[in-house]
Ligand binder design. Structure first.
Ligand code: DOR
Length: 431
């Protein structure tokens, strides 16, 4: 692929199988112009011709939950590597978390993030802002000012909000502004110092456990507060059967909640901790096989609203520490689609349409954004997927600074071949 000029090139994706929320439209030429979708099978000349035969063209993915570590933790990730990792994973838009250093509780930081990201030509960045000043769980941040600067979500993600009254006031304030509040639902005094899921494996290994009940009770509290305040509350990274059952009860009660699951909670279990490898240390923790099965079932029953990666890069040195000392979190945004396509779609457990919905229209609905399609006039944010080519996960080749992966070496198919954002090629997979 070569581009003729610096202006947004008029581009044709030749012979792509077009799939979007409206269905599978078969093989066509998809034309993009001036940063938007122009139409299919048009005539005329293109500045950029892309041979997309054998590839699926579909709206670029949206991720409501990534850690980009800016400002202040650039040794873990920065905007170039984090947003570069996003487009390598086929994502065109991401919501960044506020647990940075300093935290994103200042409108000037939000404005800087938005301005810096816009210059990069990678994924679109929509920052979340802190729920409490400094993520200290004591005083509400100034949501109106943060929203005016560009914040699209309120969350202390990474740190549960221990004080239920503070959570209530946060929801009342956010509801007035139409902002989504995202929770990190783990009841701190029940979670204690757990470093992995509490169950047979943690008992056998003698490691401090974090019970699924800590997640379930906090989800119930957070959902109840959503219901009493009318605030749209997004329940992040629900990991357990007990947690998902709490979400189902909340939805039945009419609580305005949405729920997200992660690629790792859909594909890994606490058995992975047997080698004491901190790569698998994540919060909430990897659960049991029965939990994974329940999450997949909930996903197929339509309970789950979207996928969120919770891409959480750390340095190799931090992750090389003892399991008890190492930080929680793992990088996954570059493998999210191929991982779930290979493990869930290719095995017949989930349809491709459902997986795409969870990564496109689903997160858009959660955020209150227009659902992405390939209709004329929509932003030209498109990913080209090669559903057949197989390749192993190679962390050394990640755009992310976190060059390790729970799935290192695993052969996956469904790799993004290219990602276009606003009609420009933001990523092309090296051959
Ligand atoms: O494992 C996690 N890591 N879970 C979180 O909620 C936060 C994240 C991080 O910031 O590293």
């Amino acid at each position: 692929m070569t581009e003729a000029s610096n202006a947004v090139p008029r581009t044709v994706l030749r012979g792509a199988r077009l799939i979007d929320a409206r269905g599978d439209h078969g093989v066509h030429d998809l034309w993009l112009a001036a940063g938007t979708v122009e139409g299919v099978d048009l005539d005329g000349s293109a500045d950029l011709e892309v041979d997309a035969h054998g590839l699926v063209a579909t709206p670029a993915f949206l991720d409501p939950h990534v850690h980009l570590r800016v400002p202040g933790q650039e040794e873990k990730e920065d905007l170039v590597t984090g947003l570069g990792a996003a487009v390598a994973g086929g994502f065109g838009t991401v919501v960044s978390m506020a647990n940075t250093s300093p935290t994103v509780d200042d409108p000037a930081i939000v404005a800087d993030l938005v301005a810096h990201a816009a210059r990069l030509g990678l994924a679109r960045l929509r920052p979340a802002a802190a729920l409490s000043v400094g993520l200290a769980g004591e005083r509400l941040a100034d949501y109106a000012a943060l929203q005016a600067a560009g914040a699209v979500m309120i969350t202390d993600d990474g740190i549960p909000v221990a004080d239920a009254h503070l959570q209530r006031r946060a929801c009342e304030y956010a509801a007035e502004l139409g902002l989504v509040v995202q929770t990190h639902s783990e009841e701190p005094s029940l979670r204690q110092g757990g470093v992995m899921h509490e169950g047979r494996v943690s008992h056998e290994l003698g490691l401090p456990g974090n019970p699924a009940e800590a997640e379930a009770v906090m989800l119930y509290r957070d959902g109840m507060i959503a219901r009493m305040t009318g605030c749209r509350v997004h329940l992040a990274h629900v990991s357990s059967e007990l947690g998902m059952r709490a979400v189902e009860a909340l939805k039945e009660l009419g609580a305005p909640v949405t729920v997200e699951v992660t690629p790792h909670h859909l594909t890994l279990t606490d058995e992975a901790l047997r080698a004491f490898d901190p790569v698998f240390k994540v919060a909430p923790p990897l659960r049991e096989a029965s939990d994974v099965a329940y999450l997949i079932d909930a996903l197929n029953r339509g309970v789950v609203d979207c996928l969120g990666t919770d891409h959480a890069p750390h340095t190799r040195a931090e992750k090389d520490r003892d399991l008890l000392e190492a930080p929680f979190g793992l990088p996954n945004i570059e493998v999210a689609f191929p991982l779930l396509y290979t493990r869930l779609v290719a095995t017949g457990q989930v349809t491709l349409a459902r997986l795409l919905d969870l990564m496109q229209a689903g997160p858009a609905r959660v955020m209150g954004w227009t659902e992405p399609t390939l209709e004329a006039g929509m932003p030209a944010d498109v990913v080209l997927l090669d559903l057949d080519a197989e390749a192993p996960v190679d962390p050394a080749a990640f755009a992310s600074k976190a060059k390790f992966s729970p799935w290192a070496g695993e052969v996956l198919k469904g790799w993004p071949r290219a990602t276009l954002v606003g009609g420009r090629v933001a990523y092309e997979r090296p051959r």
